[in-house]
Design a protein around this ligand. Sequence first.
Ligand code: NDP
Ligand code: 7N6
Length: 308
Amino acid sequence: APLERLCLHESVGTKIPKAAFVDAFDGLDVRVELVGDEASYASTDAVASFEPRPEFLEAGWVHCIRAGYDAFDTDAYEGAGVPLTNSSGIHGETVGELAVGYMLSLARLLHVYRDHQGEREWHDPAYERPFTLSDERLCVVGLGTIGTAIAERADALGMEVVGVRRSEGSVPSVSRIYDPPALEDAVADARFVALAAPHTPETEGMIDERILDAMRTDAYLINVARGPLVDEAALVEALETDAIAGAALDVFETEPLPPSSPLWDLENVIVTPHRGSATNRYHLDIAELVRENVRRFQAGESLKNRVA
Ligand code: NDP
Ligand code: 7N6
């Protein structure tokens, strides 16, 4: 049956302004409504949401406004025959630039100077500490939209880029690609290791004590993917014992990061509050994707970014 209504679930409000999101669908040929948890759905409804809800399985199609759809039960969608789509493909620039910002700061100590600025201190770091990114090696784990965007930007800064992913084939700006079982070798010579793979049973805990030990002692870990990819206790241990040099983290095992986490206090760690995709146009990027899929749905074409 053709779609008659596009429901924007209120949970989108945790990441984007709801009214602006509704406006971004101006002129769409189906009715657009902001809905709450009291709503019920029919096969003529599409739902766009940040969080999953069991009742979405009654709809005709569900769109997750995140790239990482690990909170959605894909088996349930497949069982119910309801297509689920995600928002991969739109985070290259936003998350790619964040990763570059992290690397520049870790190399040139912007975060450290900012800490001292609060004390009006003209901070003088150890001479050996700052370095340039040029010629340093970056290992990108997960070479999709985000991983590729990080690789391209690092390449433009003169870095040497290697990467890890399961599928075959070369990736622009990446000089060597390793299979996931060779992760230990892939990270061994890197100054930066950046995580950009989805959270799956296979990637959960992939950065553990063994991998952290394999990293150089002057290496930095960047996580813009999902917290559970990293054994956080092992990471804290590695940071506190100087087994690695530092980290920049946008995602955590528990979010918001609890005030009791030791990560807050480490000078060599940059903590950002899961804002990798947070820019003033995120709602427009998502709306463009959803509009395209409304068009496809109505035309009986296969949906873009279908994940179940
Ligand atoms: P994509 O689906 O485009 O890319 C994911 C990549 O990961 C693919 O190249 C895939 O390649 C690779 N991959 C999958 N499994 C493994 C594995 N076991 N080892 C190594 N690589 C693997 O997703 P995006 O780039 O759009 O997003 C990636 C993740 O980033 C999302 O799933 C989400 O969790 C997170 N994210 C975080 C944001 C933030 O705000 N910080 C914003 C947006 C996304 P292959 O199949 O060949 O292995
Ligand atoms: C912002 C979500 C994703 O998976 O976690 C990120 O896309 C950001 C709505």
